[in-house]
Write a protein that binds this ligand. Structure first.
Ligand code: GAL
Length: 671
């Protein structure tokens, strides 16, 4: 049964609830307003460590007891945080060695949050002691629906370079490589006289005169993710021991990739995500869609929880846009459309003081008589009617490949192009699929790909043999694959695959690349397609020699004129396409249209106007739910399949429907 249905009974709706910031008397109003807004789940205690442990080993849970009792008395469930994300000031005073350090040696002091070194035994011991007490105390509490471990691991302290971390890094390396000789081999340390005589000589990649060892940089990112994962697992073990029936999660964060979510995902009972699209940014909607697809895919397609989003403006950008009318609703449904079974906000009541006093909340400074509260309450009422949707899965025929190690290595220094980022390249390939309404999962290169008609692989710079084999076998077995430049270049230690690029994919693609010819940032490369059409590429060009591949497009001028830019190669029972440049958005769109048509990939709903996002969720009983989201600020008409019923009103729909500006339609389709 769906986790949310089991734990909450309804679509989960709520916010971070920080009543410790207010006199207790405010809680009466909180309860009344929560009920009016349809709130049924709140995250409690995320930053409450100093409140419940005011001095080392002295606990005062009275406040927390009363909050939990009050919530359960009002029928509101709790996602209880383990409170370890912001240690109390006394920890830093007594144990300054628990503070994290940057690569340049700067200590990160208390006065903000996340000021702990993930490898610090002192931090871990104090955190474990607190979590033990919490879990013991609240085991069996009727409000406890879910554990929220720590908060946004790695947001501000992902990599710590202090002496404690240095020793932990050495231990991690000793386990990974077994001997210092193996480390030297893996890190190519004969280069620039970096050869180590013993592990004790190794440091984290602290600030250095020039380019650092790429394998060291990469391993330090892996180590840092693992160090935080150890913290997570330590806490998860404690709460699971006390409350084996209560699911455990931690909130992942989008926009950067500090921790390897794919390695963490198997340890979550449910995937949770914090999402902060920027209303000022025209690219924010497909970006959010991409991240939601990634989160859903991390959980193997199971529903996930949107644990945080802003009801309106955030406070941490240079210019913080408010959400225009109906955007709170539209963007919440975007997460639902992409598989979320919970919609939560940061936070319930807007802070009066502290660094987030200008961050929006469900109850703004102006109180409940505000647009934000009204819109939030309206959404809460609606979601209450969508219980049937819980547990349904998003349909996807296409997969986009993403790998953390490869992304980290791609972003290392001293490359042919210095500004390629994983997120940007993933999005450049994802956006046209989103625009075309094509259901897409975001998966590891080692994932089972057999269920997909099409697999798109943006710049998989680091390619391990197992990943290469998986992609090759997928095509051999009849799959359609698109692979873009600077893929298959290095191994897990950032050492180049020899014999001509892209080492492991040459036969698959039927070509060989001898040299990279990157383009300056403001250049574009005209492309001539074999069918007479034109296009442009940017960022990259290269010297490709076909060895069996059919040339779909050539570079149209300059020294590469007439040489291949985009190719197609029949391989086994499938087809592998190769992009030797970054097609501009329009060209990428037309290339992917051709490829999806050849692969038999269909949009989830045909003939939609631009700016209308579409997905389909399918329930276990076969019921299909079509989501149509109008991201335009004007009304329009959308076509619908016959027999559709409006899931929000229960009314039958015709074969077209009006969709208001920023409007949402959820249509239950005939089975
Ligand atoms: C998140 C964090 C919350 C809050 C929010 C503001 O990153 O988990 O505690 O700070 O940002 O947008």
């Amino acid at each position: 049964m769906s986790l949310v249905r089991q734990r909450i009974g309804r679509f989960a709706y709520g916010a971070d609830y920080n009543p410790e910031q207010w006199p207790e008397s405010v809680q009466d109003e909180d309860m009344a307003l929560m009920k009016r807004a349809g709130v049924n789940l709140v995250s409690v205690g995320i930053f409450s460590w100093a409140r419940v442990e005011p001095a080392p080993g002295e606990y005062d849970f009275g406040w927390c007891d009363r909050v939990l009792d009050r919530l359960s008395g009002n029928g509101i469930a709790v996602c209880l945080a383990t409170m370890t994300a912001s240690p109390p000031p006394w920890l830093a005073r007594l144990h300054p060695d628990s503070l994290p350090r940057r690569a340049d040696g700067t200590t990160l002091w208390p006065g903000s949050r996340q000021h702990y070194c993930p490898s610090s035994p002192t931090y871990r011991a104090h955190a474990a002691r607190l979590v033990e007490r919490l879990a013991e105390r609240y085991a069996g509490h009727p409000a406890l629906a879910l554990w929220h471990i720590n908060n946004e691991y790695g947001h501000r302290n992902a990599r710590c370079y202090c002496d404690v971390s240095a020793q932990a890094f050495r231990d991690w390396l000793a386990t990974r490589y077994g001997s210092v000789d193996a480390l030297n081999e893996a890190w190519s340390t004969t280069f620039w006289s970096q050869r180590y005589g013993e592990f004790a000589e190794v440091f984290p990649p602290r600030t250095a005169p020039t380019f650092q060892n790429p394998a060291q940089l990469l391993d330090f990112r892996r180590f840092s993710s693992d160090a935080l994962l150890e913290c997570f697992l330590m806490e998860a073990e404690i709460v699971r021991r006390h409350t084996p029936e209560v699911p455990v999660t931690t909130n992942f964060v989008g926009g950067w990739f500090q921790i390897d979510n794919s390695a963490w995902a198997p340890h979550q009972d449910v995937i949770s995500f914090d999402s902060y699209p920027d209303p000022h940014d025209p690219g924010t909607v497909p970006e959010a869609a991409y991240r939601y697809d990634l989160m859903r895919s991390l959980g193997g397609g199971k529903p996930w929880l949107l644990l945080e989003q802003a009801p309106s403006a955030v406070n941490w950008r240079d210019r913080n846009a408010a959400k225009a009318p109906d955007l709170l609703r539209l963007w919440s449904y975007q997460a639902v459309a992409r598989g979320a079974d919970a919609i939560m906000f940061f936070q319930w009541r807007q802070s009066r003081g502290g660094a987030e006093r200008f961050h929006s909340a469900m109850v703004p400074h102006g109180g409940p008589g505000t647009r934000t509260y009204r819109e939030a309450a309206g959404l809460g009422a609606e979601l209450g009617g969508l219980t049937e949707l819980l547990g349904s899965r998003v349909e996807a025929e296409t997969a986009l490949v993403m790998d953390w190690s490869s992304g980290w290595a791609l972003e290392n220094e001293a490359h042919p192009v210095g500004d390629l980022t994983q997120e940007e390249t993933s999005l450049a390939h994802y956006r046209p699929l989103w625009e075309a309404g094509i259901g897409t999962d975001v998966v590891s290169p080692k994932a089972d790909l057999s269920g997909y008609r099409l697999v798109v692989v943006p710049n998989l710079y680091l390619t391990e043999p197992e990943a290469a084999e998986n992609l090759i076998e997928y095509v051999r077995g009849g799959g359609h694959l698109v692979l873009s430049f600077f893929s298959g270049i290095v191994d897990a230690c950032d050492r180049v695959h020899l014999g001509g690029y892209p080492g492991p994919f040459r036969d698959l693609l039927g070509l060989r690349i001898e040299e990279f010819w990157p383009l300056l940032a403001d250049w574009s490369a005209p492309l001539a397609f074999a069918d007479g059409t034109r296009g442009t590429g940017n960022t990259w060009s290269e010297w490709i020699t076909p060895a069996g591949a059919e040339v779909l497009a050539t570079f149209a001028d300059g020294d590469l004129a007439g040489r291949p830019a985009i190719t197609r190669h029949a391989f086994g029972d499938g087809v592998a396409y190769y992009l030797g440049t970054r097609p501009d958005p329009e060209t990428m769109g037309s290339v992917l249209r051709r490829v999806t048509a050849a692969a038999g990939v269909r949009p989830v709903a045909p003939d939609l106007p631009a700016g209308v996002e579409a997905t389909v969720r399918r329930s276990a009983d076969g019921t299909r739910w079509l989501f149509l989201l109008n991201h335009n600020a004007f009304e329009l008409t959308v076509p619908l399949p016959e027999g559709a019923v409006d899931a929000l009103t229960g009314h039958p729909l015709g074969t077209t429907s009006e969709l208001s500006r920023r409007g949402v339609l959820i249509a239950r389709l005939p089975g």
